[in-house]
Design a protein around this ligand. Sequence first.
Ligand SMILES: [Zn+2]
Length: 73
Amino acid sequence: MIRYCKRCKASTEHKESLVRKPSSYDTDKSVLGRVTLFIHEFINGGHYYNMNRYVTCTICGKKTLENMGNELE
Ligand SMILES: [Zn+2]
């Protein structure tokens, strides 16, 4: 997709990628913490709900956060 890149100072082709948002449960490495995280995500409608959307410039590799219509928290 075409997005404006601040580093290239031009509109360039970008690749989309999804990165899971850090959660407070991520610091808990216990089995119970993992299960709690799973249940938490299940209740919130699956993993996609907790994803950050990034676009990466294919020219210079600059990564930009681009969340759209996902500000429900
Ligand atoms: Zn760029």
